[in-house]
Ligand binder design. Structure first.
Ligand code: CMP
Length: 139
């Protein structure tokens, strides 16, 4: 059975472009509840740890550099079938392939500067949410 929680980040490109409000509104309009929300700025070691699974990829250094280039907004979201429904709402990793109306189609500019992150499994949703929030933050 699929879980009801996912994790997202509004990335530095979308934050800097002033799209945080529009993206959060779209998330709410699509039936997600915001259970935790935080504006923060990742340090290099934070971004490297968060994306450790990609550490051998050729785009890793660029990804870390981009993700530390400005503030981000992290959030835990709740909805039935949250992980899958949120990935549909954000669209393909590469905005060139993202469906019309998706967050990445609307706000992303490249595969790296792709506006938002969404967890790819229930297990990663837990791990990623725990990376940014303590239990206390979620009440
Ligand atoms: P995200 O969903 O946050 O997960 C990993 C991120 O790595 C991804 O979004 C993109 O921002 C980035 N990424 C994935 N593939 C590439 C690529 N081929 N080139 C540059 N960045 C990538």
């Amino acid at each position: 059975m699929s879980g009801n929680t996912t994790f997202t980040m509004i990335k530095p490109d979308a934050f800097a472009a002033g799209n945080t409000g529009s993206i959060l509104q779209k998330i709410l309009d699509n039936g997600f509840k915001i259970k935790a929300l935080k504006l923060t700025h990742l340090r290099k070691e934070n971004a490297e740890a968060f994306y450790a699974v990609h550490s051998e990829r050729p785009f890793f250094n660029g990804l870390v550099s981009f993700m530390t280039s400005g503030p981000i907004v992290a959030a835990i979201l709740e909805k039935e079938n949250a992980v899958e429904d949120f990935r549909k709402l954000i669209g393909s990793t590469n905005p060139a392939d993202a469906a019309d109306g998706t967050i990445r189609k609307l706000f992303a500019t490249s595969i790296e500067r792709n506006a938002v992150h969404g967890s790819d499994s229930d297990e990663n949703a837990q791990i990623e949410g725990n990376f940014f929030f303590t239990h206390f933050d979620r009440h």
